[in-house]
Ligand binder design. Sequence first.
Ligand code: CP
Length: 318
Amino acid sequence: MSAQLDAAGRLRHLLTLDGLPPSLLRALLECARGYVRMPHAAAPRGRDLEGRTVANLFLEPSTRTRVSFELAARRLGADVVNVESAGASMVKGETLLDTIYTLQAMRTDFFVIRTAESGAPARVAEHVEGDIAVVSGGESHVSHPTQGLLDALTIVQRKPDLDRLVVCIVGDIAHSRVARSATQALRTLGVRELRLVAPAELMPHATEFPGSDRFTDLDVALDGADVVMALRIQKERMAEAEIPDQVVYRARFGLTRERMKRALPDAIVMHPGPMNRGVEIEGDLADGPQSVIRTQVANGVAVRMAVLATLAEGARAR
Ligand code: CP
C-alpha cells in the first residue's frame, strides 16, 4: 500500500484506517466535531479548499458517501466534479488510471474513489502527481475509512468512554468494508470489547479482525452491549447460491426492539445504510429513540470536511 503519511506524519492520502496512529484519528475526530452542524444553525463553512478541485469518482452506487463528500468539499470552498461509472468513458474501455490522468490534466487536487476493485485506491495514489490526494470512498469489502471515522464520532458523542464500551456488530461481516474500518478505528481508540455476530458462512477468515470475539447467537452477543451496529447483506459481493434466505436470516440475525432488550437499556443502534428494513433491522427500531442512524449520516459531512481540510493543510505545509 502506498504511504498514507508524509515524512512529518501528516495525512497524505486516506485509503484505510488500518495502522493510522491514535493521535491522528483523535485529531480527525476533534476537527470533525468543529464541523458538526448544530440544530437550527447554519452549516459550518471554511475556505480550506478555496481554489481546489475535488473529483468524486464513484464506480459503485452511493447516496450517503457521494453526497456528503460533495457537500463537504463545497462547504470548504472547492469546485466539485462528479464522475459516475455509467456516464464515464470507462464504459468505452478507458482504464481507471487513464480516467485519473485525464482529470489530473484538468488540475484535480483531490480524488475521492469508490470502487469494487480491491487495491484500486492505493494504485491510484501511487500514480497521481505532486500533492494530489486520494481518499477512499469505499473499496470493495476492504476499507471505508470515512465511514469508520463517522461511526467512531457518532459513538464517542454519545458514549465518550470507549474503554468501557462493548460494541456488537451483527450481519454480513465477511463482505463488510464498514465493519473492517469501524473495528480498526475503535480498536485503535481503545474500545473495551468488540463482538462480531454472523452466520458461520458470513464470518470473516480467522486471521482477520484481531482482538474481536465471534458469536453465531445474536441473543448471547447482545448481552450487556452498549452499541449495536447492524449491517446489510452485501448481495453484490456474493454468488446467487451464497445469498442467505431472508426469512431464516431475519429470524436469527434481524435486530428488533424485542432483541435489543438484551443489550443495556441505554444502548444505541447503528446502521451504515442503505438499510433493508425488515431484514437486518426492524423499521421501528431504526426510527426509534435508540437509533443514531441519522446522526451517522449527519456526521458523515463533518467527518469528510475534516478529512479534506486535514489533507489540504498537509499539502500547504509541505
Ligand atoms: N454507508 C454508505 O457507504 O452508504 P452509501 O453506499 O449510500 O454511500
